[in-house]
Design a protein around this ligand. Structure first.
Ligand code: 13P
Ligand code: SF4
Length: 304
């Protein structure tokens, strides 16, 4: 079946089954094109929490689908590829977190949504790349333990008076971006603005003109009067940046900015999952209830 035919069939099935398709900004172009909402982790969580649809088809990675299921426990959440994970999320376990908590009992634990439901359940509040600074500044304690991303934590620590202790996790895709690669790309495109995701290393972030979540990049590109932008995040972001700003140029900082897990989901896979209603993501109730507290606290932090 052609992409257009598959998209049409999936849309029809979703309509009949009262389903919504949510996709992360790193998904393949044809999936973003089909989605009812393509967004960053915060936007997708907010939509999952408020949708009236009975079925949520989640095109992203496992922690995102788990969050949708936790936030909407009555809904059926389907993930076309159950094996689409996030290596950073696997860098922290509930047991290791509990051990660390004992060593710094005065700290509020702020856990990035890129984590398992179990890690969220053992945390006080969650955050995303779009709200990490606001979340950290919203908590009462003077010390926070940020998990699992050391780069997001170090970046956030620059915008708070609190003591920030961090976990040693990282995203292999973003952490792998090298200063030399950015400098080389900048050299080839003088005048281009460099926009980076806070999962990049502190050394790379030093070179950035702007640092933000994936959806923050759409806003920055739209509002900024510059022709060329160097992009320091996963290549899936290019689809909408280019579609929405045809007169501007977007250059990936490095060809290696690809998240293999995000690329596992295909239109064929979505079609199959929706036809068969397979790959339902369910979080055990006891874990989900605790993780929901941490996610709900995050969603209650006012936006600027
Ligand atoms: P955003 O929340 O900024 O979309 O980031 C999610 C992610 O996994 C980045 O690697
Ligand atoms: Fe995880 Fe990195 Fe992929 Fe985001 S880009 S889902 S943090 S591995």
């Amino acid at each position: 079946m052609s992409n257009t035919k598959l998209q049409r069939e999936i849309k029809q099935l979703l309509k009949e089954k009262n389903g919504i398709l949510l996709a992360h900004n790193y998904q393949r172009d044809e999936i973003q094109e089909l989605a009812d909402l393509a967004g960053d982790s915060l936007e997708l969580s907010m939509e999952a929490a408020k949708t009236d649809c009975e079925i949520i088809v989640f095109c992203g990675v496992r922690f995102m689908a788990e969050s949708a299921s936790i936030l909407s426990p009555g809904k059926t959440v389907i993930m076309p590829r159950l094996d689409a994970g996030c290596p950073m999320a696997d860098m922290i376990s509930a047991e290791a977190l509990a051990e660390k908590r004992k060593k710094i009992p005065e700290a509020t634990v702020v856990t990035y949504v890129n984590s398992s439901a179990e890690a969220k359940a053992g945390s006080d509040i969650c955050c995303t790349s779009a709200n990490a600074i606001r979340v950290v500044n919203s908590v009462q304690s003077d010390t926070v333990l940020m998990t699992p991303d050391k780069n997001l934590a170090q970046y956030t620590s620059k915008f708070t008076h609190k003591k920030v202790v961090w976990w040693e996790g990282y995203c292999p895709t973003h952490d792998g971006l090298k200063v030399e690669e950015v400098l080389q790309t900048k050299g080839k495109h003088p005048g281009a603005l460099f926009v980076a995701h806070p999962e990049c290393t502190p050394e790379v972030l030093e070179l950035a003109d702007h640092i933000c979540s994936t959806s923050g990049m759409y806003e920055y590109a739209r509002k900024t009067d510059n022709e060329d932008f160097i992009i320091g995040t996963e290549m899936g972001i290019l689809y909408r940046l280019r579609k929405d700003n045809p007169e501007k140029r977007f250059i990936l900082a490095s060809e290696s900015l690809i998240c293999p897990d995000m690329k596992l989901t295909t239109l064929e896979g979505v079609f199959e999952a929706v036809v068969e209603m397979k790959n339902v993501v369910k979080v055990p109730e006891s874990v989900g209830a605790l993780a929901k507290i941490a996610l709900d606290r995050m969603l209650a932090v006012p936006r600027d």
